[in-house]
Design a protein around this ligand. Structure first.
Ligand code: SAM
Length: 284
């Protein structure tokens, strides 16, 4: 059907993101020792402005994510919505910033691929086994559930089944919760994405929602604090010694091209803070 074809097209965006990140890390824009286990080859060259755009996106999102985890002193949970083949779980483990539990949701076919890679690559599976205390680790074709990491196959447009699955895997609405959607809501209708954002606002009393996307789609329904910055601004707020380092990696002829690209995208975030963690004032 048309819907199946459209959903399949959305699923392939996951590979685009991963191959772009794989290429940028192979050039030294940032370090990700785990991404190679999800895409084997570095693939064809990407334009420098694409690499810089991914650099700004990854650093910008990581900045907010790490700030939230530190405020909560790791006593929190993370839900990555439409996580694709993202490797943040392993980075947080290596940096001693692991939340109580890290959840990921994506379509079942993407999840099956991710789990297959985890099962067959010891550098991926080891940290999961190491952080698991009992022998009841669930690792089948469509879901993974350990003490600290959980991957769920679900359609984010079906809120009741999403909610049910997350609760089945011990999602705790009382814990400070960070929700992340990177280039995901854009593939839904405005009413589908606002349902998701509203569900998050209703479910958690202390939470932050980080969304990376095109500027126009900023939503804040049901949230106490909300902010957005375009990626050009974020780029100018990142650690400038590191920005200078990556700007030397590849020659970029037309600075205007990068500016135009970065101005099209933004990171928006919204917060609720019943526990007074101070997450309403997190910024750059
Ligand atoms: N967030 C990851 C990143 O930044 O690397 C992946 C981004 S990719 C552009 C979009 C992801 O959202 C894909 O993995 C896709 O399968 C997932 N996605 C989009 N719509 C979805 C839906 N309705 N339910 C579950 N996953 C969805």
């Amino acid at each position: 059907t048309d819907t199946d074809t459209a959903d399949e097209a959305v699923r392939t965006t996951c590979d685009d993101a991963t191959t772009c990140k794989r290429f940028a890390t192979s050039k030294g824009y940032w370090k990700d020792p785990y991404i190679q286990y999800f895409v084997r080859s570095v693939g064809e060259r990407k334009a420098p402005e694409i690499n810089r755009g991914y650099y700004a996106r990854v650093q910008g999102v990581n900045h907010l994510l790490d700030a939230f985890i530190k405020k909560a002193e790791c006593d929190c949970q993370i839900i990555n919505l439409g996580a694709g083949l993202d490797t943040t779980f392993w980075r947080l483990k290596d940096e001693n910033l692991m939340p109580r539990k890290f959840f990921e949701v994506d379509f079942p076919t993407i999840v099956a691929r991710k789990i297959h890679n985890i099962k067959t690559k010891p550098p991926l599976s080891k940290p999961i086994i190491e952080t698991h205390s009992t022998d009841s680790l669930l690792l089948d074709a469509h879901s993974l559930d350990s003490d600290r990491y959980c991957i769920i196959g679900a359609d984010l447009r079906d809120i009741s089944s999403l909610d049910e699955k997350l609760k089945k895997f011990q999602l705790n609405p009382e814990l400070p919760t960070l929700l992340l959607s990177e280039c995901v809501l854009v593939y839904m209708t405005p009413s589908q994405s606002s349902n998701l954002v509203n569900w998050a606002a209703e479910t958690f009393h202390t939470a932050m929602f980080i969304n990376y996307e095109q500027k126009e789609r900023f939503l804040k329904a049901g949230w106490e604090h909300a902010d957005a910055l375009d990626m050009m601004t974020i780029y100018s707020m990142l650690r400038q010694d590191d920005v200078a380092r990556i700007e030397r990696l590849e020659f970029l002829d037309e600075k205007e091209l990068l500016q135009q690209l970065l101005q099209h995208y933004s990171i928006s975030w919204a917060a609720k803070d019943k526990l007074n963690l101070g997450n309403g004032s997190l910024c750059f």
